[in-house]
Design a protein around this ligand. Structure first.
Ligand code: CA
Length: 501
């Protein structure tokens, strides 16, 4: 492990700021379905992400970092609240018209930062619900991000494959013409509105399953939508749109301390990067979308430099869950993947209890304050809330599942996290800080409709992730005492309620 300079040690020893000195800005960049192997900093030779790699090589590059969950909504819920998502029965993949998942009186990361004196902004992908149900999209939609701690928000409500396909700024649909009101329904279509099933001639992207409702920008979506034509996004412009909002936010807050949550939509489906990225890789739209995401990070770094605040800004880069190739559209992701391994050789991916579901890229970068380090420490995104609180002098309530782990995140010391309950589609497994992961037997199919492995096994499985990162050898029979110990631990953590489902 490389040693810090005395200066860096001093800077990080107390995390104290003198009067008049501004607290560092904190930016969380969260990609969507980006795998451990999709970032060239981890050694991939098949894709090049030079801007993301700049964070990895100039900061702490984590080899053993985890999301709590293998899907978006629960993973983001844990990041925002510091709580295990499987404790909240509603923390499942949400439709685009779902009510706000986080209660207004619930403790959150942006609330903590705001109470510590920060301006707080959320830009990009949301997928934590908004409103109270039966949303009228033609009025200000609330409660939403602004009611759970963000002073400013400019978001897509759910995912880029779900309606409504509009940007929502501080609760208002951007660019809405009131004479063409917008309506959303996830149960039934609006009479006369085209759908992917009835109007295949309108499609320029073919659906595989599920994505066969309303058509926007020639792409079929999940859910039905009517009206709001002037507000509808063009997928190819989404990265540019949010980069513009990101730059505006940073410029507006360059003279104060701010916390920015920047949710990249790439490389989630539908993969429709801007035309200038077409052919940037040999892997088709998924690879090109990752290059687009890397470009966004380059724009972020460049803008912080332009504003002269890069060395007063901590940037945390990660992904909400593991990668997936076929996820509902025919977009050549499977056909053109070639030698590329999105999980970096790990088994499973998005939706899976196998390691590829939750083992994600994570880099913590702070120019001049955090020394470059390649870290094997075991860390989880859920711990960022209490850890950042420790850094900025924020307060956290008792009883969080996340733990204060700032020294590990800044590369200054060993991780305090001993184990982690990981979740996929409401099923759980136990990952230890050591080499082990224990997956209980779970009912259900081994693979989903597109062939992605879910990690539903018939018997208890124990894998040594150091010796067997691809999880090919269940060694439970060789370690009966360890297996029993991990069973008891998982049962204690979950009250035995959601094991053996
Ligand atoms: Ca995701």
């Amino acid at each position: 492990m490389r040693k810090f300079s005395c200066l860096v040690s001093l800077l990080l020893s107390g995390y104290a700021w003198t009067a008049g000195q501004s607290k560092p800005n904190v930016i969380v960049v969260l990609a969507d379905d980006l795998g451990f192997g999709d970032v060239s900093a981890y050694g991939s030779k098949t894709i090049h992400t030079p801007n993301i790699d700049r964070l990895a090589r100039g900061g702490v590059c984590f080899n053993n970092a985890y999301a709590t969950s293998a899907t978006s909504t629960p993973s983001r819920y844990a990041l925002m609240t510091g709580m295990y998502p499987w404790k909240n029965p509603d923390a499942k993949i949400l439709p685009g018209d779902a009510p706000l998942l986080i209660r207004e009186d619930e403790f959150t990361l942006p609330k903590m930062m705001r109470e510590a004196g920060y301006a707080t902004g959320a830009i990009g992908k949301w997928h934590l619900g908004m409103g109270k149900g039966n949303i009228n999209w033609n009025e200000t939609v609330k409660p939403g991000a602004n009611e759970i701690g963000f002073d400013y928000s400019c978001l897509i409500a759910a995912t880029n494959d779900r309606v409504p396909t509009v940007y929502i700024e501080n609760g208002d649909v951007v660019g809405l013409d009131k004479s063409d009101p917008i309506y959303v329904n996830y149960e039934e279509n609006f009479p006369g509105e085209p759908t992917a099933i009835d109007n295949p001639e309108m499609l320029r992207m073919k659906w595989h399953h599920g994505h066969n409702n309303s058509i926007v920008n020639g792409i079929p979506r999940i859910g039905f939508m009517k009206g709001g034509h002037s507000a509808r996004w063009r997928d190819e412009d989404m990265a540019d749109y949010f980069v513009g909002k990101m730059k505006d936010y940073i410029t507006a807050h360059a003279d104060t301390s701010f916390f920015l949550y920047y949710g990249l939509h790439e490389p989630h489906v539908p993969r429709a990067p801007h035309e200038r990225f077409a052919g940037a890789t040999t892997m088709g739209p998924r690879g090109d979308a990752i290059v687009e995401a890397d470009w966004c990070v380059g724009q972020l770094l460049g803008h912080l430099e332009k504003e002269g605040i890069l060395d007063n800004t901590m940037i945390i880069f990660s992904s909400d869950n593991g990668p997936v190739l076929q996820d509902g559209y025919f977009d050549d992701a499977v056909e053109k993947v070639g030698e590329h391994s999105p999980t970096g050789g790990r088994r499973g991916g998005k939706y899976s209890l196998f390691d590829g579901g939750t083992h994600i890229p994570l880099f913590v970068y702070w120019k001049g304050h955090i020394a470059p380090l390649n870290s094997d420490e075991f860390v989880c995104q859920m711990d960022l809330l209490p850890s950042l609180a420790s850094m900025v002098g924020g307060k956290v309530p008792e009883g969080l599942d996340g733990i204060e782990n700032l020294d590990a995140f800044t590369g200054k010391g060993a991780s305090k996290r001993e184990d982690l309950v990981i979740e996929a589609k409401s099923k759980v497994a136990l990952r230890t800080a050591g080499p082990w992961v224990m997956i209980p037997p779970h009912k259900g199919k081994a693979r989903n409709v597109t062939g992605n492995e879910l990690g539903n096994l018939k018997e208890y499985a124990l894998f040594n992730l150091v010796e067997d990162p691809a999880q090919l050898h269940n060694v439970a029979a060789d370690h009966p005492e360890l297996l029993e110990k991990l069973k008891l631990r998982l049962s204690a953590l979950t009250d035995g309620k959601i094991v053996n489902q």
